[in-house]
Design a protein around this ligand. Sequence first.
Ligand code: BG6
Length: 512
Amino acid sequence: MTSPQPVVNPLRDPRDKRLPRIAGPSSVVIFGVTGDLSRKKLMPAIYDLANRGLLPAGFSLIGFARRDWDDEDFMAVVHDAVKQYARTPFSEEVWRHLAEGIRFVQGTFDDDVAFDTLAQTLRDLDHVRGTGGNHAFYLSIPPGAFPTVLQQLKRSGLCEQQAGEWRRVVIEKPFGHDLESAQALNALVGDVFPSSSVFRIDHYLGKETVQNLLALRFANQLFEPIWNSHYVDHVQITQAEDIGVGGRAGYYDGIGAARDVIQNHLLQLMALTAMEEPVSFEPRELRREKAKVLSAVQVPDDILSGTARGQYSTGWQGGVKVQGYLEEDGIPPSSTTETYAAVKLLIDTRRWAGVPFYLRTGKRLGKRVTEIAVVFKRAPHLPFSHTDTEELGSNALVIRVQPDEGITIRFGSKVPGPSMEVRDVNMDFSYGQSFTEASPEAYERLILDVLLGEPSLFPQDEEVELSWKILDPIEKVWAKTKAQPEAYLSGTWGPASADAMMARDGRTWRRP
Ligand code: BG6
């Protein structure tokens, strides 16, 4: 066995006191290497981890796909993806070490021989590069292919770990399309891998700003006393994108904005915003608290008036004319898939009784922004004359998840001058200004956690099923109406029905 060279870490600052969390001997097998996610996120994240010195010396990356490629072809694909999308600077030395462990196995998912070849390739890598029998199987594939690949991992014995080894499976969303299919998928995965080996990706949980929500709430004395229905009027969670469906028509059409983003990312953000303090940050405790929130969620009695659906039409974005959803490549002209969804949810707990959580997501909106805005009640009494407070809104604490990561607190302040005029001002914390180090990409954190066997940031089966329980009744009502989602102009903030939904509650959406 030749011993691989240790990976150098040109980015590590010797004054950094934090202990590096370096993965032990291991490899990652990606199914679906020809897909967008793999090229834009997974391969670059693996390179960035190598560049930060967080991968073991003999780390290996194996691609599995139908393409007629050999190792060199695949290496070239990874190289291009890294050059184009990696976060950290390109280093020939880091690349050379990483490339030594790159392999490609050609085959279709139903091809027994290809999976036997994969098993042999992994055994060889254990021997040649010291990957130690520790293998993560990353399923970046359409959900329809999950059963076949899982069965193949079982048949070929790839899921079986010997003493001192580990085998893990990483599952990309969508994790089912309703409660029933999610339960079936959980059962299927559970038949092949023990639950401790299953890592379901919700990449929002890998974002630094999302993890900072826990620090904000539980490391400070300042916010928690007012984090409840006595002080909070409502919460708005927004995930807005300026891009359209792009080349993802095949995945997106028939799924829509609610299943694509609300069921996972937004409900996770809501759970982290609303949950009680866990007794510790042990994965089990964290998940327990999130699950408690999800199980207390109530959808509006009148679903149609407490939700909104929209579909983008032609419009202008950044000075460029863009086409509507129905004109996009691969979208049937009669599609009723929503590209915008807003829902009002309540959480039936003492802390949140009567406080609506408004969740919205959409494509081709005014700009790309994700934020959690906790909007407070007005002060019970204002000892000023009415005209002095005309420009005073509600206090708000806004967690800016992306871009321009940070936190804003909005409050009233006296306008300089002889009169006591009070107007809203903002106080800002910005990651870029407070820390010199750029935040890692979500996928860097999550892939590293898979290799370390650290499950905190991965939703488990119960959370996934609870989230579908919330969305299913809404989807059912929407499906029953068979209504075309309301059109909204690209580059605007969604359909008029979403504004009307808020107006019925006497509130307005924020314009981030
Ligand atoms: C994905 C959705 O999970 O999240 C996409 O499938 C969406 O439709 C994406 O564009 C948004 O992720 P981010 O990290 O760019 O906000």
